[in-house]
Design a protein around this ligand. Structure first.
Ligand code: ADP
Length: 542
């Protein structure tokens, strides 16, 4: 019970009205009274009350009939009927029909206070129960809203729930069209035939426009008579002019996305604050779901664009690699001829040209290799391989660069390491990419070491250097195509950022793993695993 509960006293005896009014006012209630049941109905149509204290026997419209009429538009009004001894049966009938309590005349003020406070408490309890029920339904609805990414389905589901919870027979959701001052109908139920999908109204039109602009909910008892709507263009809304109306903004991301409107509550019912609260909660859920759906669509769009850019990049690499090959082989051929034919003093310069063309040719190979690998067009020809044989060979090939930097390059491979199952050419490429990176990035007079050992039924290879190291946040990225830790304009080392992605694709083709561990200023360790060759198979073969 709240002390400011509003009570309407209706009794054809003016003295009873007076006693009840003054008695209840003493307890802090806000009370008005009338001796006319007709007038009472009229007042209740216009104003909201928490409790009706009603005489059962009245000349114009009797108490039972007043109750029936009031119930049509005010479902949760608490009603206490007053009765003389002769009308006791009518009072019992009134309770059967939904009155909270009755008191028999003559009654004391205490009897009256107890009946009124009891009826209000019962009404509050019923309201709380209804609120809990609504919250449960809203929780179920929000689960449904969370599981869909289709804006039309989201709007339909929210609208149906809002109508079911508030008892509206007509409802619509209009959403603001981005970049235009227009609200477009996204979903509607029970709307007149001219208001169908695609229907739009201007941002400043009608009650919906009013809510859109103000961002505040609007609860209207009678849309035709509400002073707040004076001057609002209701031309298209003439179907609503005699009904109660509820419009709630759908707010998301700090702005109003649209408006949910409800009208035609069952019977002659009027929307209550509880309806507005339920619709508001639902609109919050709808706004989140719509924002999620919009973001999902944006991500999908970006993903499509990204795929297109990726396709164009692959295409570009493909064309560039192809177009570079012919001029490169001509330069390579002639520069080799020159190197062999020129005098000793010019040989060195010709050799530098030959070395550079080989370097360029390796870059073109890398570009082509990565493209084929990414397209899944590379297959393996695996065989039984001994890392004890393969590693020294690759190290020898890389030794020239290491020696030019006076680096100490060495390997440790245990003699009893079982053989691996690998494609020789691809394995050599993995190793040479890792070893040449190690020598490339490691300063003069430092060390590069290659180790191989058996580890948990795989062969584990480690290429270790004492170079500059790689920050932890870059460990994943350096395996992405064209990614380089150093800014391309400031880097000292050559390369296109393809060595590691190629190594990764090739290791994955072998069903192995590849990763890096590093400490800035101390050096890096690149690890990769290869499956061991099934020795049983070797024995079986023998
Ligand atoms: P590239 O060497 O052609 O730039 P990679 O794909 O082989 O391309 O390597 C990508 C990046 O990873 C390099 O640019 C470098 O920033 C970093 N990186 C690779 N290996 C090492 C290493 N041993 N030490 C330090 N940084 C390295």
């Amino acid at each position: 019970m709240s002390e400011t509960s509003r009570i309407l006293v209706v009794d054809d005896e003016a003295a009873i009205c007076e006693i009840c009014t003054r008695g209840l006012q003493r307890y802090g209630y806000n009370v008005i009274s009338t001796t006319s049941s007709l007038k009472a109905l009229d007042i209740m149509h216009r104003e909201e009350f928490d409790l009706l204290l009603l005489d059962i026997r009245m000349p114009e419209v009797d108490g039972l009939e007043v109750m029936r009429q009031v119930r049509k538009f005010s479902l949760d009004l608490a009603i206490v009927v007053m009765t003389g001894y002769a009308s006791l049966e009518a009072a019992i009938e009134a309770v059967k029909q939904g009155a909270s309590d009755f008191i028999s005349k003559p009654f004391t003020l205490d009897n009256l206070r107890l009946a009124v406070s009891g009826a209000l408490a019962k009404r509050d309890l019923a309201r709380e129960r209804a609120r809990c029920r609504t919250l449960i339904h809203l929780a179920q609805a929000s689960e449904e809203l969370a599981s869909s990414l289709n804006p039309e389905a989201l709007v339909r589901s929210a609208l149906q729930t809002a109508m079911a919870e508030t008892g509206a027979h007509r409802g619509s959701v209009m959403l603001h069209e981005p970049g235009r001052d227009i609200l477009r109908l996204m979903g509607g139920e029970g709307l007149p035939s001219e208001v169908s999908q695609g229907y739009s109204v201007s941002w400043d039109e009608g009650v919906v426009g009013l809510v859109m602009r103000s961002g505040k909910s609007l609860l209207v008892e009678n849309i035709g008579e509400d002073p707040r709507l004076e001057g609002v263009n209701l031309a298209r809304r003439d179907q609503y002019t005699n009904s109660s109306f509820l419009a709630v903004p759908i707010r998301g991301g700090g702005k109003v996305l649209g408006v949910l409107s409800l009208s035609e509550k069952y019977g002659e019912g009027r929307f209550q604050n509880s309806d507005m609260e339920a619709a508001g909660l639902l609109c919050n859920q709808l706004a989140i779901a719509l924002e999620k759906a919009r973001l999902f669509e944006e991500i999908q769009e970006s993903y499509k664009r990204l795929q297109e850019v990726d396709r164009m990049k692959s295409e570009f690499i493909n064309i560039a690699a192809h177009e570079l090959r012919t001029p490169l082989s001509i330069i390579m051929g002639y520069s080799m001829m020159l190197r062999d034919e020129l005098s000793d003093s010019q040989k060195e310069q010709a050799k530098a040209i030959v070395d550079s063309t080989f370097q360029l040719s390796r870059l073109v190979d890398d570009m082509t290799n990565l493209r084929y690998l990414e397209a899944g067009e590379v297959s393996l020809t695996t065989q039984c391989l001994y890392l004890q044989d393969v590693i020294p060979e690759v190290v020898d090939r890389c030794r020239r660069l290491a020696e030019s930097k006076r680096q100490d390059i060495y390997f440790v491979v245990s003699a009893d390491l079982p053989p691996v199952s690998a494609d020789r050419e691809k394995l050599e490429l993995i190793l040479s990419n890792l070893i040449s990176n190690a020598t490339k990035f490691t300063p003069q007079d430092q060390q590069v070491c290659i180790r191989a050992e058996a580890h948990d039924r795989v062969a584990l290879v480690v290429v270790e250097d004492t170079g500059p190291g790689i920050p932890t946040e870059e460990w994943e990225h350096i395996f992405e195509p064209f990614y380089q830790v150093e800014d391309s304009l400031r880097r000292e080392h050559s390369g296109m950022g393809l060595g590691l992605p190629i190594a990764r694709e090739l290791v994955h083709l072998h069903r192995g793993k590849i990763w890096v561990e590093s400490q800035v200023g101390q050096g890096s360790q690149f690890f990769f695993t290869l499956p061991l060759y099934k020795l049983d198979a070797v024995q079986e073969e023998v």
